[in-house]
Design a binder for this molecule. Structure first.
Ligand code: ADP
Length: 231
């Protein structure tokens, strides 16, 4: 599903937090939205998810205008910084929340795909941070979303676990053809994950392009940023 954000503005009172935002994500593509703290990333994410209303502009999912729809009507699947697994349910029950019709074989297959085979009956607190994020990923993807929003999904993890999760997300979203938007303050992460990167500063998109192009042309992606081949 293609996602289009057109001329979106957001004001809180007199504060103009987002100005004339244009972002387009081709179907099946992973786009990263990167910018420093306070640049407006969370606000834009909340507008896309339907948790806030735009002041002006339009948001389209496929050929559906979702600008004034509620989060439920939009059908966006989100994955956050820390897993929002339900602590009183085991791993299997958490994954089933995303997809109630899963057969036992499909459930096993999801556990296997995220490297949690045999852990279906484990309690959430028995999993490490990285394992919890992988269970969250299985829950998100088992619901067969058209569009996945990732809000700093790696920031609670150490470097090896980040790389591992990055690779896994890319692999599984590509297999399923899920359109993905990653919101992050981490330039390296954006460059490693995305097909196209948008740079947000003071509420404006100041640059966008492929990781390769940006690494050659954007001052924001100056020296010291290496594009890692993680998949
Ligand atoms: P980021 O996620 O990039 O750190 P945010 O979207 O959280 O940025 O914030 C961007 C700006 O919008 C900040 O100046 C913040 O104070 C302001 N802001 C965010 N939410 C609100 C709100 N509900 N009311 C007023 N100002 C807000």
């Amino acid at each position: 599903m293609e996602v289009t954000i057109q001329q979106v503005n957001k004001r809180f009172g007199t504060k103009h937090v987002l100005s004339d935002i244009d972002v387009s994500i081709a179907s099946g593509q992973c786009v990263a939205l990167v910018g420093p703290s306070g640049s407006g990333k969370t606000t834009l994410l909340r507008l896309i998810a339907g948790l806030e209303r735009v002041t002006s502009g339009m948001i389209q999912f496929g050929d559906r205008d979702v600008t004034v729809l509620s989060p439920n009507q939009r059908g966006v699947t989100m994955m956050f910084q820390r897993s929002l697994l339900f602590p009183h349910l085991n791993v299997e029950q958490n994954i089933r929340l995303g997809a109630k019709q899963l057969t036992p074989i499909e459930l096993e297959s999801w556990l296997h795909r995220v490297g949690l085979e045999g852990r279906g009956k484990s309690a959430v607190h028995e999993l490490s941070g990285g394992e919890q994020q992988r269970a969250s990923l299985a829950r998100a993807l088992a619901s067969q979303p058209d569009f996945l929003l990732l809000d700093e999904p790696f920031s609670s993890l150490d470097v090896p676990r980040r790389r591992e999760l990055r690779t896994l997300i890319r692999k599984l979203t590509e297999e399923q053809g899920v359109t993905t938007l990653l919101v992050t303050h981490d330039r390296e992460e954006a460059m490693a994950m995305a097909d196209v990167v948008y740079v947000l500063e003071h509420g404006r998109i100041v640059d966008h392009g492929t990781p390769i192009t940006l690494s050659q042309t954007s001052p924001f992606f100056g020296e010291g940023i290496q594009i890692e081949e993680t998949w």
